[in-house]
Design a protein around this ligand. Structure first.
Ligand SMILES: Nc1ncnc2c1ncn2[C@@H]1O[C@H](COP(=O)(O)OP(=O)(O)OP(=O)(O)O)[C@@H](O)[C@H]1O
Length: 980
C-alpha cells in the first residue's frame, strides 16, 4: 500500500501515457475478473466524458481504500500490462508478484465471461463484428445493441469491452453463445467455410483473385537467373531438406501447421537457414503453390513481404496501408476487406522474407495493438510477429540463424531449419538445370570426382553457380575448384566472358578488361554491407561510378517492387555475391588500408566479447570522407564473416597472382600476412577459452561458432603452414562440435586443419548434417582421431563403406558411435571387415538404425574373429531372437567384451536364453542391457541360471519386458543383479 502512495505520480503517468485509455481499461479488466472491484466500482471509474487522468485517480483512490490485497493485485496487473520499458521505469514493480492464470472451466456462463474478461478482450479484438452478428442472429442482441457496441469512436479493444458489458446484462444464454463463438473462431476454418464467406462477399472474391494473380506473377520466375535466362520456378524448383530442431523432417506443405509447437500461444513459424540455403525460394514456392490452389488452402488471403523491400519504406504506416500498399491494392471495398481481415485472422497468412536484412534488430518493447494506428514499419512487423497486433494471423518468417536472438525465439510457435539440398537434391537440380542429359551426366561426374565441390553444392546458391558455370567446370584441368572463393571466381569469370570456354578458370588475363567494373561494383557492395544496404538507387550507382554497361554484366538485377521517385533500383544477384564484391574491394582497392584486414578479422573477437564491432566502419571513409559507423553489428556479423572468408580466399597464394597487375606486391603480401596472423591469433585466443579439465577427466573443448568460421577461413587460404600453426596450440583430448551446423563444407575445412594435430583426439560431431559426403571429407584427418561420434547425421551405408575402407589403416581409430543415422544391414559387412582387420578396435555403437537379423549375421562374422572389442551397442534395431542368437554365438568366447546393449530389439525369451550363453562363458562381461525386449519369465529364468555361474557380471537390465510386478519382485529377490 505504501508503494502505491509513494509512487502515485509515476503510476498515474504510466496509466495515462500517450492519452490512451487502453492501459487503465486493461487493469480494470483484470480487477473485475478477479472480483477485486464490483460493477458499480467499475462504472464509477469509467465515466464517459471525464478526463482520463481523473478516471485513473479515481481508480487509485479506490484500490487504496480496498486494502493491501487489492493493492498487491493492482501492482501485479500493472506489471503485466505496461510495456516492458515503462514497467522497468517503475522500479518497485520488480518486487510485485505475478498474476496466476487459472484454468477456467467452472461456474455459470456469466461468471466465466467475467473471469475470462482480459483474455476475451484480447481474443475478440479481431472479430467483434462477427461476434455481434452471432449474438444478433441468436436473438440476444438488438440492432441498437449492435450499433452501440461497434461505434466507430471505439478502438477494437474498447469495442470488445463494450460487447462484454452488454452480454453481462443479457444473461446466461448470451454469455454461453459468446463463449461458444470464441471457441469456434479459434478453430481453423475449413475451405468449405471459406467458400461460404466468399460467396457472401463478392468484392472479397475479386480481391482474392487479384491477390492470387499478384502473388503468382511475383513467384513465377527466379530473380537469381537475372538476364542469363528466364527460368521458371516450376522448372527448377528442387526439394530442400527441412527439419525441426530435433531432426524430425518436415514437408514444405506442412511448414504452417499447429503440430510440434514449442509455444502454443504463438502464431509465428520461423524458417532459418544460412546464406544461400534457399529461404527466399522456399517462400516463393509456397506463394506459388497457394496461388495455384495447391497448398495452404486453409488461408483465404496470403500477403508476401520482403524485409529488404520494407527497409525502403520510411513512412509510418497503419496495418491496412502496409497490406494494401506493399502487397495488392483492392479495387473495391478496401475498408470491408480490411475489416474482414481483422475479423478472420485465422484465414490470413503473412510471410516475411529475410528478417536478418531488416535494418532494425527484433525487439518487443514498443507495443502496438491497434490495427489503425500508424507506426514505423519495423514496429508493425515486430508487433505482428509477437502477436500483439492481429493475434491469430499466421506468420512465416525467414532469417539467417545468427540473427535470431532469444527475444524473437520466445514468440515463435516453432522453428524449422532449412538445410539446403540433399545429395539426391543436388543431382535432381543439375538434371533440371541441364535439359541435355549428356551435359547433366558430365556435370555430375565431375562433381563425384571432386567431393569438396560436391560438398559445396549442398548449398543451393552454390549448386546454381556450379551448374551455371559448367563449361568452365568441365574445361578445367588441374586447378579444380575446391573452395568457396574458387566457385565465386568462376562465376565472376563466367559473367565477364559468358560464352567463351577457358582452359583454366583461375588463370589470369580475363580480369584485365574488367578490373574497373570489379572495383566499381566492389565499392558499391562494400558501402552497402557497411550500411546494411542491399538495394541501390541510381544515385548510389553513380557515386560508385557504376556505368550502365556495368549493370548489364549480370551481377546486378533490377529490384522488384521498390518504388523510387528517381527511377529504377538495383540489387546484387544474391547477397553472397555482394559479399564477394565487397571482399574484392578489400583486396584490390587502393583506398583500403592494409590494417583494415586486421580490423575485419578482429571482428569475431569483438562480437564474442559482446562489444560493438565497428571494424567495417573504420575500414574506410564514406562518400563525404567521414568514417562510416555501423550500429547494428550483431546482425551484420554473418555478412562480415562471409566477406572475410572471401578475403582469405582471394589473398591465398593460389589467387594472389591474379591481382598483381592491379596492386603492389608489397601491399598484397602485407594484407595476406595480416590475414594469416589474425587467423592464427584468433584460433589461439579461442583455445585459451577452453576451461581446465576437472581432475581425472579428459580435457575437452566445445567449439564456439567462431571456431567454425576461423577454420573455414584457414581452408580458403589453402595454406598448410597456417593450419599447422593454428593447431600447434590445441592441446585437448576431445573436440566437441555438437549442434554447430557442420555440413560437408565444414568437414572439409575441419579435416584441413585437424590433420596437423600432434596427438590423437576424440571428435564429437553429434547432431549436425555431416552426411556421406561429409564423412568422406573427414578422411584426411581420421588418422589422428581415436573416437568419432556421429549421432544424428544422415549417414548411410555408403558413407560407412568409405570410412571403414580407410579406417582399417588408422592405428589410432578405436571407437565409433553412429546412433540415429540411416544405416541398414549393408553397413554391417563393412564393420565386420573392420573388426576382423583391426585387433585394437574398442567400441562400436550403432543404435537406432535399421539393422535386422541379416545384418546381425554379417556382423557376427567380424565379432567372432575380433579379440579387442569392449563395447557393442545395437539398441533400437530389429535383430529379433534370430539375430540375438548369432550375436551370442559370436561373443560367447570374446575375451574383451565388457558392455553389450540390445535394448529394444524384440529379442524375446528365445533371444534371452541364447544370450545367457555369453553370461555363462564371458571372462570380461560386466553389463548386459535387455530393456524393452518382450522377454517373459522363461527368458529371465535362463538369465538367472547363467548369472549364478558368473559373479563378474554386475548388472542385467530387464526393464520394460513382459513380466508382472509380482514376477519382477520375486526375480529381483532371487537375483539382485537383474535390474528392473
Ligand atoms: N529449392 C530450390 N530449388 C532450386 N534452386 C534453388 C532452391 N533454393 C535456392 N535455389 C537457388 O539458390 C539461390 C539462392 O537461394 P535463396 O535466395 O532462396 O537463398 P537464401 O537462403 O534466401 O539466401 P540469403 O540468406 O542470402 O538471402 C536461388 O536464387 C536459386 O538459384
Amino acid at each position: 500500500m505504501e508503494r502505491l502512495l509513494k509512487q502515485r505520480t509515476e503510476i498515474l503517468r504510466a496509466l495515462c501515457s500517450g492519452g490512451s485509455a487502453e492501459q487503465l481499461e486493461s487493469i480494470l479488466d483484470v480487477l473485475l475478473s478477479k472480483e477485486e472491484i464490483t460493477w458499480e466500482d467499475y462504472q464509477n471509474i469509467q465515466v464517459t466524458g471525464r478526463p482520463l487522468n481523473s478516471n485513473a485517480r479515481q481508480l487509485l483512490d479506490l484500490v487504496y481504500t480496498k486494502g493491501a490485497d487489492t493493492c498487491e493485485l493492482f501492482l501485479a496487473a500493472l506489471k503485466q500490462i505496461l510495456p516492458k520499458e515503462q514497467g522497468a521505469a517503475l522500479h518497485f514493480l520488480e518486487r510485485s508478484s505475478t498474476l496466476d492464470e487459472l484454468e477456467d472451466t467452472q461456474g455459470t456462463w456469466t461468471e466465466m465471461v467475467l473471469r475470462q474478461r482480459p483474455s476475451l478482450v484480447w481474443k475478440l479484438q479481431g472479430c467483434v463484428h462477427d461476434a455481434v452478428d452471432a449474438l444478433v442472429e441468436s436473438g440476444h442482441f438488438s440492432s441498437a445493441d449492435a450499433n452501440e457496441v461497434q461505434l466507430p469512436v471505439y478502438t477494437p479493444s474498447q469495442q470488445a469491452r463494450r460487447l462484454l458489458d452488454h452480454v453481462r446484462f443479457k444473461g446466461e444464454s448470451a454469455s454461453k453463445t459468446l463463449l461458444q463463438f470464441v471457441q469456434q473462431s479459434e478453430e481453423p476454418q475449413s475451405s468449405q467455410n471459406q467458400d461460404e464467406l466468399l460467396n457472401s462477399r463478392e468484392f472479397l472474391k475479386k480481391f482474392k483473385k487479384k491477390l492470387r494473380s499478384f502473388v503468382s506473377a511475383q513467384s513465377c520466375f527466379l530473380s537469381t537467373y537475372g538476364r542469363t535466362s528466364h527460368m521458371s520456378l516450376e522448372d527448377i524448383f528442387t526439394e530442400v531438406q527441412l527439419e525441426l530442431p530435433d531432426n524430425k523432417p518436415v514437408r514444405l506443405e506442412d511448414i504452417v501447421s499447429p503440430e510440434d509447437a514449442v509455444n502454443e500461444e504463438a502464431d509465428t513459424v520461423l524458417v532459418s537457414g544460412v546464406a544461400g540455403s534457399g529461404k527466399s525460394i522456399l517462400l516463393q514456392r509456397l506463394h506459388l503453390l497457394w496461388s495455384q490452389g495447391v497448398a495452404l488452402q486453409d488461408f483465404l488471403l496470403v500477403f508476401p513481404f520482403s524485409c529488404r523491400r520494407l527497409n525502403s519504406e520510411l513512412r509510418e504506416l497503419s496495418l491496412q496501408e502496409l497490406l494494401f500498399q506493399h502487397c495488392c491494392w483492392p479495387d473495391r471495398g478496401q475498408e470491408e476487406i480490411f475489416q474482414f481481415i481483422l475479423d478472420h485472422p485465422r484465414l490470413i497468412l503473412f510471410t516475411f522474407d529475410g528478417l536478418d536484412e531488416l535494418k532494425q534488430s527484433f525487439s518487443d518493447d514498443q507495443r502496438l495493438c491497434c490495427p489503425t494506428q500508424r507506426a514505423p514499419v519495423h514496429v508493425l512487423l515486430f508487433n505482428l510477429i509477437q502477436g500483439s497486433l492481429m493475434k491469430g494471423v499466421w506468420k512465416v518468417v525467414t532469417s539467417r540463424p545468427d540473427a535470431v536472438g532469444p527475444g524473437l525465439k520466445q514468440h515463435l510457435r516453432r522453428e524449422i531449419l532449412l538445410k539446403g539440398f540433399s545429395p539426391v537434391g543436388i543431382e535432381s537440380f543439375v538434371r533440371q538445370h541441364h535439359r541435355d542429359p549428356t551435359v547433366a551426366a558430365k556435370v555430375m561426374e565431375s562433381l563425384q570426382a571432386n567431393t569438396a565441390l560436391l560438398g559445396l553444392c549442398h548449398s543451393p546458391v552454390l549448386c546454381w553457380i556450379v551448374s551455371q558455370c559448367h563449361k568452365e567446370l568441365l574445361g578445367c584441368g588441374e586447378g579444380k575448384p575446391q573452395t568457396l572463393t574458387d566457385v565465386y571466381l568462376m562465376i565472376l569469370q563466367h559473367f565477364f566472358q559468358h560464352k567463351h570456354v577457358l582452359e583454366n578458370p583461375t588463370g589470369a588475363g580475363w580480369l584485365q578488361e574488367h578490373v574497373e567494373t570489379v572495383l566499381n561494383l566492389g565499392k558499391l557492395a562494400f558501402d552497402g554491407i557497411s550500411t546494411s544496404c542491399y538495394v541501390f538507387s541510381g544515385i548510389d550507382l553513380e557515386m560508385c561510378n557504376v556505368a550502365e554497361r556495368e549493370i548489364w554484366t549480370g551481377f546486378l538485377i533490377q529490384s522488384r517492387n521498390v518504388s523510387q521517385i528517381n527511377g529504377k533500383c538495383y540489387e546484387f544477384l544474391h547477397l553472397t555475391i555482394q559479399c564477394f564484391f565487397a571482399a574484392l574491394h578489400f583486396v584490390l582497392s587502393p583506398n583500403v588500408e592494409r590494417s583494415a584486414v586486421k580490423k575485419l578479422f578482429d571482428l569475431w573477437d569483438a562480437t564474442e566479447k559482446g562489444q560493438n564491432s565497428t571494424c567495417f566502419g573504420v575500414c574506410l571513409l564514406d562518400k563525404r570522407g567521414r568514417a562510416l559507423k555501423n550500429d547494428r553489428n550483431a546482425a551484420e556479423t554473418p555478412n562480415l564473416q562471409i566477406v572475410s572468408t572471401f578475403v582469405s580466399g582471394l589473398l591465398s597464394q593460389r589467387h594472389k597472382s591474379l591481382w598483381l597487375h592491379y596492386c603492389s606486391s608489397a601491399a598484397l603480401e602485407e594484407k595476406a600476412r595480416q590475414a594469416a596472423k589474425s587467423l592464427s591469433k584468433g584460433m589461439h585466443r579461442h583455445f585459451r577459452l577452453i576451461p581446465r579439465p576437472v581432475p581425472g577427466e579428459k580435457k575437452s573443448m566445445h567449439a564456439l561458432p567462431q571456431f567454425v568460421w576461423l577454420i573455414k577461413c584457414i581452408y580458403e587460404m589453402q595454406d598448410s603452414k597456417i593450419a599447422k600453426d593454428a593447431m600447434s596450440k590445441l592441446e585437448v583430448d576431445h573436440l566437441k562440435l555438437t549442434y554447430c551446423d557442420i555440413g560437408p563444407v565444414e568437414c572439409t575445412a575441419l579435416a584441413f586443419v585437424l590433420q596437423h594435430l600432434k596427438n590423437p583426439i576424440g571428435i564429437n560431431l553429434d547432431n549436425n548434417s555431416v552426411g556421406d559426403v561429409g564423412v568422406e571429407q573427414l578422411l584426411p584427418c581420421m588418422h589422428i582421431c581415436n573416437s568419432l561420434y556421429l549421432r544424428n547425421n544422415n549417414i548411410t551405408d555408403e558413407g560407412i563403406r568409405k570410412l571403414t575402407d580407410k579406417g582399417v589403416q588408422w592405428d589410432n581409430f578405436q571407437k565409433i558411435a553412429l546412433f540415429n543415422n540411416r544405416l541398414t544391414d549393408a553397413c554391417t559387412q563393412h564393420f565386420s571387415y573392420l573388426l576382423k582387420t583391426k585387433q585394437n578396435f574398442l567400441s562400436l555403437r550403432l543404435g537406432n538404425n535399421n539393422i535386422t537379423a541379416d545384418g546381425a549375421k554379417l556382423l557376427a562374422e567380424g565379432l567372432k574373429q575380433n579379440r579387442s572389442l569392449t563395447h557393442l551397442g545395437l539398441w533400437g534395431n530389429h535383430i529379433g531372437d534370430e539375430g540375438a542368437e548369432v550375436i551370442a554365438n559370436a561373443l560367447e568366447s570374446s575375451p574383451s567384451l565388457v558392455w553389450l546393449s540390445l535394448v529394444g530389439n524384440g529379442v524375446g525369451s528365445a533371444g534371452a536364453c541364447a544370450l545367457s550363453k555369453i553370461i555363462r562363458n564371458s571372462p570380461s562381461l560386466e553389463e548386459l542391457w535387455l530393456t524393452d525386449n518382450c522377454i517373459t519369465r522363461t527368458g529371465a529364468e535362463s538369465l538367472i541360471e547363467a548369472l549364478e555361474k558368473n559373479q563378474r557380471v554386475k548388472s542385467v537390465w530387464l526393464r520394460g519386458n513382459d513380466l508382472s510386478s509380482d514376477e519382477v519382485t520375486k526375480l529381483n529377490q532371487r537375483e539382485p543383479r537383474l535390474l528392473f
